[in-house]
Structures are given as structure tokens and as C-alpha cells.
Design a binder for this molecule. Structure first.
Ligand SMILES: Cc1cc2nc3c(=O)[nH]c(=O)nc-3n(C[C@H](O)[C@H](O)[C@H](O)COP(=O)(O)OP(=O)(O)OC[C@H]3O[C@@H](n4cnc5c(N)ncnc54)[C@H](O)[C@@H]3O)c2cc1C
Length: 386
């Protein structure tokens, strides 16, 4: 039996970042992760300037930059790589001192993991269930491990078991789209070295950016029924057919990705919840507010959760008070992102013709796009949120 002040269930981006926030405040915690080791997941992630500002505050911005690739430009393009819209990332960099960093997920996980005191993460421990008594909680894991804990952070992702215990009526929503992801090793033309792109075609889209000098992370999205079945062995062949009218570089990216390194997941989000906290348990990250990936903000919001945990703990000290305040300072921004991202996903796969959709997207004034971006990436001061 292990006794722990705070147990974090799930050692993904949310769990590791939250552990770092607690460690910074000298609050002992353990992270229980179901995987036996961190597997090098075959995907990248874009860390927008809001996430990078958190990492700067946590003193690890340079570690992340060293193993990632800074994006100096981002373009929403047609399938032939003609611009539909290109936000001004220089103004973002001038405002926040950082742009977006594209990084291999495994490298991000390594940086976070290496910041934690040895033994903080307990692997091969899948949370199963919990009991509550006057002293706190007893957590039960599938490997037989039992843990007594006064407080719990549920960071176990969109399919959270902790959430299911606390709020069994919370609803996941299938967004009607599926996403393939991979990492390719092509010759990277210099014009793409520090750029991220999303190409919109006829109800399909493809995004990519280099994550190092030799690797390009890509994702491909198409509408599919929720129960659609596609054998893994067919992913590459089917994607080459689906994207055959896209720019030749897209086909090169697909060709240069080993078949077994392509993953496929349905795109889901979580209908905004009215509560994230009950007793001594608080949900964070995707467990609390999973969003569709259309704005590339799910992970960034999990990292922002850690930032505000750090701030709340420093200010209030008592964990009860931190848990009580947490949702009220986070839900407005997070729910707006969940809703906007859902809508953006629908627009991207609009079936009434690419020309009209692209024309409408082009009409958005640059000033408005910049204003919205700056609002999205700003970390509001805690006192303005309380
Ligand atoms: C296609 C796609 C592209 C995306 N791109 C971006 C992007 O560019 N930028 C961005 O910011 N976000 C992006 N996201 C979103 C981002 O991946 C998620 O928001 C982020 O991973 C959430 O982190 P998390 O730690 O809350 O959950 P997860 O990443 O799901 O981690 C949960 C962890 O908990 C563990 N776990 C689960 N159940 C248990 C259990 N019972 N017991 C113990 N451990 C458990 C899991 O093994 C895992 O390690 C994307 C998402 C998708 C699907």
C-alpha cells in the first residue's frame, strides 16, 4: 500500500505538466500511468505560444526548443499549396517572445518526465476504481496496487475512468471525422523547413510541418462513419488514393512513411461539462475538456491547466481551495475553444464546394485573425480571472 498526498492518474501531457506544477510548489505527488514504458508514439504536436509561455514560466522552454522545430509561418492552403489564409506569426512572436514549436510527442514527454524527481511516475499501473472514506480515497489498480490518497487529479484523457466514476453522464461526441497521423523522412525543401501547413481539399484535409531536420509530422483527415473499419495494412494505399490530387509533396510524405508507423483515430471531443471537481478529485486536460484537434489546442490547454494549478497553489496553498477555484478560472477559455474547434472542423469538410468555402475563409480580415490569435495565446493573469 502506497500513501500519497496527491495521486495523478495518467502520465500524458496533462499529468506530467501538472506533476511539474506541484513539484515546483513542493507538494509531493505520484503519477500513475497505465503504459509499462513511454512508447515513441508516431506523431508530432504543435505547441502554440500559450503552451510555450507556460514552459518558459516553468523554466523548460529552451529544453523544448532544443528538441523541436520553431515554425515561423503557418498557412491554410488549397490542396495545391496556394494560400487561403496566412496568419501573421511575427506579430505573435513579437508579443509573446515565442512562436509555435512543432515537436515529436515522445520528445516532449521525455523533457517533461526528466524534470520530475526520480520515482514520481509509476508505470504499468492502470487505474480501475476508487473508494472514499473519512481519510480520503483508496485507489485500485489493475496490477493489484492499492494507493491511499487525500487528493486525486484525473488526467487520464478523453476516455477517463475517473471522470466516469464522478460524472457518469458526461458525453463524448464523435465529430464525424477520422484522422491518420505519421512521421515521414523525405528530403525537406527549404521553403518548408520552418513552416506548418494545413491543405483543404474536397471534404478532406492534410496538415504537415517538420519536427526536426529530417522528420516531417503529418496528419490527414476525412469524414467517416463512427464504426468504419479499415485494416491497418491498407492505410497507406488508401491515403495515397484519397490524396492523389494533392500537391506531389503530400504524396512523397505518405510514400516515405513506413506503413506500420501510420496511426488512425476517430476525432472526438467532450460536450462541455458543468463540473470538473467533486470532493478531493479534480479533472484536468482531456479528461475535463477534450477538444477536437482543429485549432491544435487540446494539449496546449492541458499545459495551461498546469500553469493555473501552479498559480493557484502558490496563491491559496490549500488544495481544497485550489480545486474549488480551478474550473471557474478555466472554463470560459476552454469551452470557447471546444466550440470554435468543433465548428472549424465542420467548415473544413464543408461539402458545398471548395471554391466558395475558400473564398469565405479569405474574406476574414487579417486584423481580426491577428486579434483572435493574440487573445487565444495570451495567459491571463490569475487576479483577472478570480
Ligand atoms: C489528431 C490529433 C492531433 C492533435 N494535435 C494537437 C496539436 O497539434 N496541439 C495540441 O495542443 N493538441 C493536439 N491534440 C490534442 C492533444 O493530443 C490532447 O489534448 C492531449 O494529448 C491531452 O493530454 P492528456 O494528458 O489530457 O490526455 P492523453 O494525452 O490522452 O493522456 C492520458 C494518459 O493517461 C493514461 N491513462 C489513460 N487511462 C488510464 C488509466 N485508467 N490508468 C492510468 N493511466 C491511464 C494514458 O496512457 C495516457 O498516457 C491533437 C489530438 C489529436 C487526436
Amino acid at each position: 500500500m502506497i500513501c500519497s498526498m496527491i495521486s495523478i492518474i495518467g502520465g500524458g501531457i496533462a499529468g506530467l505538466s501538472a506533476a511539474l506544477a506541484l513539484q515546483r510548489n513542493n507538494i509531493p505527488c505520484k503519477v500513475y500511468e497505465r503504459s509499462p514504458v513511454y512508447k515513441p508514439v508516431g506523431a508530432g504536436i504543435w505547441l502554440a505560444p500559450n503552451a510555450m509561455q507556460v514552459f518558459k514560466a516553468f523554466g523548460i522552454q529552451d529544453d523544448i526548443r532544443q528538441v523541436g522545430n520553431e515554425l515561423e509561418s503557418f498557412g491554410l492552403m488549397t490542396q495545391k499549396v496556394e494560400a487561403i489564409s496566412a496568419p501573421d506569426l511575427q506579430v505573435v512572436k513579437n508579443t509573446f517572445g515565442t512562436s509555435t514549436i512543432a515537436i515529436h510527442r515522445a520528445r516532449l514527454q521525455d523533457v517533461l518526465f526528466n524534470q520530475l524527481k526520480p520515482g514520481t511516475v509509476v508505470f504499468d499501473s492502470e487505474f480501475e476504481t476508487l473508494n472514499e472514506d473519512e481519510n480520503g480515497y483508496q485507489l485500485h489498480f489493475s496490477n493489484g496496487l492499492k494507493v491511499n490518497s487525500k487528493y486525486i487529479l484525473g488526467a487520464d484523457g478523453i476516455h477517463s475512468k475517473i471522470r466516469h466514476h464522478l460524472f457518469p453522464t458526461a458525453q463524448k461526441r464523435y465529430c464525424g471525422q477520422t484522422c491518420w497521423r505519421g512521421i515521414s523522412s523525405p528530403q525537406i525543401p527549404s521553403k518548408y523547413t520552418h513552416s506548418g501547413y494545413e491543405l483543404w481539399g474536397d471534404e478532406i484535409r492534410f496538415g504537415f510541418s517538420p519536427i526536426s531536420k529530417t522528420e516531417v509530422y503529418w496528419f490527414a483527415v476525412a469524414k467517416r462513419p463512427e464504426n468504419d473499419i479499415e485494416p491497418k495494412i491498407k492505410y497507406k494505399e488508401n491515403l495515397l488514393q484519397l490524396f492523389k490530387d494533392f500537391d506531389p509533396f503530400i504524396l512523397e510524405l505518405l510514400q516515405n512513411t513506413p506503413q506500420e508507423k501510420i496511426n488512425r483515430n476517430n476525432i472526438e471531443d467532450l460536450k462541455p461539462m458543468k463540473e470538473w471537481h467533486k470532493g478531493g478529485v479534480l479533472l484536468i486536460g482531456d479528461a475535463a475538456h477534450a477538444t477536437s484537434p482543429n485549432m491544435g489546442q487540446g494539449g496546449c490547454q492541458a499545459i495551461e491547466d498546469a500553469y493555473y494549478l501552479d498559480q493557484l497553489v502558490a496563491r491559496f496553498g490549500k488544495i481544497e481551495d485550489v480545486f474549488k477555484q480551478f474550473r471557474s478560472i478555466r472554463y470560459k477559455k476552454v469551452n470557447a475553444i471546444v466550440n470554435q474547434s468543433f465548428t472549424l472542423g465542420k467548415i473544413a469538410h464543408w461539402k458545398r464546394g471548395q471554391g466558395l468555402r475558400n473564398w469565405i475563409m479569405k474574406q476574414a480580415p487579417k486584423k481580426t485573425i491577428t486579434k483572435n490569435m493574440l487573445a487565444l495565446y495570451k495567459l491571463e493573469k490569475l487576479e483577472n480571472l478570480l
